[in-house]
Ligand binder design. Structure first.
Ligand code: MN
Length: 326
């Protein structure tokens, strides 16, 4: 357990332990089951634990059928101080869609790409509750992009020290505002780089216009990459996503320019918790100081938590999960 005086110790006597919870994506029922499994009890309408707090890794919304329920559970916990939350790329997308570009507010998107379809389905769940949706948008804007404690860090997809250190110097609470959001809609702006890198991580583009045929039926020309390989040599050393690369690209050498675009989170840094990457199977640790907690709950996988008590080396035995399909 952490020392009483450690800055990680939450205020209000709630306790020392943190339960980090991966992408909920509207799986409100599954979230209740997970919280109850970990000993959280509903008191006055708020899930509370006598000795621990929850930290949600973002992507509460989109895709699942119980988005309102998921949002209500998490917001009541955050308001009561029994949980913290960081912004995911899906909250960032909702903010850009509904508040960015002059604030179009509650508008149904025109038929568009994958993310527009997903957003449309979320807005349909709030079709009769535009005021409630607006209040959640305001709440999304309050979510910090990252959290940093003495013994650990939290971000939805990636901790890029070179981008986050100056950002945190200007935004000590990790939060953005409407001005930042508007600036982040401009590709390549400093604000775009911070928001995009932290909530979506790094990606590389396949050469020669090659595409990956994704499980969800779409075709992608880019692939998601991780940030814990010490000296990656090939695409296969850094790919981190459910869809495998076409065989011929596993051993494709990384160019210097590609390697420069990647991020490296040093093994000596404090533990980092992320979601985002649609992992599958039994939760495991890719490295001793990084845990990904997104195990595709909304695609029939697992909703996963890590029960952290200040350990410097993460332990696979501390994962806790509920399966979407028993
Ligand atoms: Mn996600």
């Amino acid at each position: 357990m952490l020392a009483e005086s450690a800055p990680d110790t939450p205020a209000r006597g709630i306790g020392n332990g943190f339960d980090l919870i991966g992408d909920v994506h509207g799986c409100g029922d599954l979230l209740e089951t997970l919280l109850e499994k970990m000993g959280y009890q509903r008191r006055d309408g708020v899930y509370t634990h006598d000795a621990r707090r929850a930290i949600f890794l973002g992507d509460l919304i989109d895709r699942g059928s119980h988005i309102q329920k998921a949002l209500e559970i998490v917001r009541t916990m955050v308001d009561a101080g029994t949980a913290l939350v960081v912004m995911g790329n899906h909250e960032a997308h909702a903010l850009k869609h509904c508040l960015g570009h002059g604030g179009r507010g509650f508008t149904m998107p025109r038929a568009g790409g994958r993310s527009e379809r997903v957003m449309f389905e979320t807005l349909q769940q709030f079709e009769r509750l535009p005021t409630l949706w607006s209040s959640y948008l305001e709440w999304f804007l309050e979510m910090p992009l990252c959290l940093e404690f003495e013994h650990f860090r939290v971000a939805h997809a990636c901790w890029d020290e070179a981008l986050l250190r100056p950002f945190l110097a200007e935004h000590p609470d990790g939060r953005i505002d409407r001005r930042f959001l508007a600036a982040a809609s401009i590709q390549g702006s400093p604000e775009h780089r911070v928001l995009d890198r932290t909530t979506r991580g790094t990606q590389l583009r396949l050469p020669r216009g090659e595409v990956i045929h994704s499980m969800d039926g779409s075709r992608r020309s880019v692939f998601r990459t991780h940030f814990w390989a010490r000296s990656p040599q090939t695409y296969g050393d850094v790919v981190f996503q459910p869809d495998p690369l076409p065989d011929e690209f596993e051993d494709h050498p990384l160019s210097d320019a590609e390697r420069d675009r990647l991020v490296h989170y040093e093994r000596s840094q404090r533990p980092l918790f992320v979601g985002h990457y649609w992992c599958e199977g039994i939760p495991s640790l890719p490295t001793a100081n990084v845990a990904c907690l997104d195990y595709s709950a909304v695609r029939g996988g697992r909703l996963v938590a890590y029960r952290f008590d200040g350990e410097a080396a993460l332990e696979a035995g501390r994962f806790c999960w509920v399966s979407a399909v028993e």
